[in-house]
Design a protein around this ligand. Structure first.
Ligand code: SAH
Ligand code: SF4
Length: 438
């Protein structure tokens, strides 16, 4: 693994080569963020340390990177003074560049971020009374083309690297001032007390997530704002499986960011062949963008359905490792007026969930509009009725309150480059994406 390697996404699902491991920098130094600890030790050894010293130093550095959030080797006080410039000459501790930070009237924050090679992507933080959720992107753009999703109108520019994915979480901790005391608060918002950003200063201490019945320790909300992570930003995480897995391993590592897997949810539009590996190798909660219960409608609005149909998808959910009544699969269902929102649709949704004996909850998402979107949101009465039918069948079906709509931070509104595509351009793009899907 000495140099940058190119690899195909497993299963030959996505033909795009992905930059892996180390992204070359002009100054020749190596960014350590995103690398597993043994890889850091390997690099230290390659740079001249003997194996034992490399292992020891990698352990120390790893702790400073992920536990203390420092971005400067000089701050690593248990590393001998002469060693620190040695590190600085060879390595860096990166963060995605912040291009713009926006704050919604409801407290939601959105950051426009930029990779070192100049690609823009977004990250959103949603504070709630009992939790704070960071919505993390996995790709710049998306290869898929769900018709109600603004990100779907972007071409895929590239997969984000593990460093760029875990870097979002680190940047959020920087901005929220949530590294343990005694550490430097680096990066954007460095040194500012977190309280300056606390919206309604909710009482976190001692509260628990409703869903996290058996949180397995290692991390508790502990007065922190950032308690949960959802892989629900830009991109399809299961089309960037290895990088998402490697990043989330750092997030879950007890010596790393130490966030429990029960507080992490990955959302997929239905990349069936990768779902089992997601459960086995990452083990986080699963959310599935179902959005429709008949082939015709799902083919239209979530076109990956033409490749992996509803039955296959639901069977993969039934087989998802680790799913249980205590850890339910979330079905996301966007409410589109006169498209997927009838009583009959709700009853079919119930039937399917029961037929596959799925430990499921349903998240009803009022459609968030964007310029040129071909759909409208269902009426509140329709959404309520839909929710009631599902609830009456014994399945939880809350309506998700849209957050951050005023800054285009709500589900499906994320899209960077501001250019507006014409209908004809969009049709062409969608046709290309569908052809690539095979
Ligand atoms: N690509 C993954 C992760 C994105 S998650 C996926 O599709 O699951 C974002 C969630 O918001 C998905 O359920 C997506 O279908 C939904 N969504 C997309 N556009 C939306 C919109 N305009 N309004 C409401 N929800 C939307
Ligand atoms: Fe991609 Fe998800 Fe948007 Fe579909 S909903 S286009 S998979 S980001």
């Amino acid at each position: 693994m000495a140099d940058t390697q190119l690899m195909q996404i497993p299963g030959h699902i996505d033909p795009l080569p992905v930059a892996r491991d180390i992204t070359p920098r002009e100054d020749g130094r190596v960014d350590l963020i995103g690398l597993p600890r043994p890889r850091i030790a390997e690099l230290f050894a390659e740079a001249g340390l003997d194996a034992k010293a490399a292992r020891l130093r990698s352990r120390q550095v790893f702790h400073w990177l992920y536990h203390r959030g420092v971005t400067d080797f000089e701050a690593m006080t248990d590393i001998a003074k002469p060693m620190r410039p040695w590190l600085t000459e060879r390595f860096v501790i990166g963060r995605p560049e912040v291009v713009e930070a926006q704050l919604s009237s409801d407290g939601t924050r959105k950051w426009l971020l930029r990779t070192a090679d100049g690609h823009d992507f977004e990250m959103v933080f949603i504070p709630d009374a009992d939790r704070g959720t960071l919505c993390v992107s996995s790709q710049v753009g998306c290869t898929l083309n769900c018709r109600f999703c603004h990100t779907g109108t972007m071409r895929l520019v590239r997969n984000l690297t593990p460093g760029e994915i875990v870097g979002q979480v680190m940047l959020a901790r920087d901005a929220l001032g949530e590294w343990p005391k005694g550490a430097q608060s680096p990066g954007e918002g460095g040194g500012r007390p977190g309280s300056a950003l606390r919206p309604e200063a909710p009482a976190f201490a001692g509260t628990r997530d409703h869903d996290d019945e058996d949180d397995e320790g290692g991390y508790s909300s502990d007065g922190r704002l950032l308690t949960n992570i959802v892989m629900m930003g830009m991109g399809e995480p299961l089309y960037n499986f290895d990088n998402v897995r490697d990043a989330l391993k750092l997030v879950m590592d007890g010596d790393g960011l130490a966030l429990s897997k029960r507080r992490i949810t990955l959302s997929t539009s239905g990349v069936v062949p990768m779902m089992a590996r997601c459960g086995e190798e990452i083990g986080v909660n699963l959310a599935v963008s179902l959005h429709a219960v008949t082939k015709d409608i799902r083919d239209e609005i979530v076109p990956i359905n033409k490749k992996f149909g509803i039955e296959q998808l639901l069977q993969a959910c039934a087989d998802y490792p680790g799913a249980s009544n205590a850890r339910r699969i979330t079905f996301e269902y966007v409410m589109l007026k006169d498209k997927n929102d009838s009583d009959e649709d709700a009853r079919e949704l119930v039937r399917l969930i029961k037929h596959y004996k799925l430990p499921a909850k349903v998240n009803l998402i009022p459609f968030n509009p964007w310029p040129g979107a071909p759909y409208e949101c269902s009426t509140p009465e329709r959404i309520r009725r839909f929710s009631d039918i599902v609830f009456e069948a014994g399945i939880s079906a809350p309506v998700r309150t849209p957050r951050g709509r005023d800054i285009d931070a709500a589900c499906g509104q994320l899209k960077t480059a501001a250019e507006k595509k014409s209908r004809a351009e969009l049709d062409r793009l969608y046709a290309e994406k569908e052809a690539a899907l095979g």
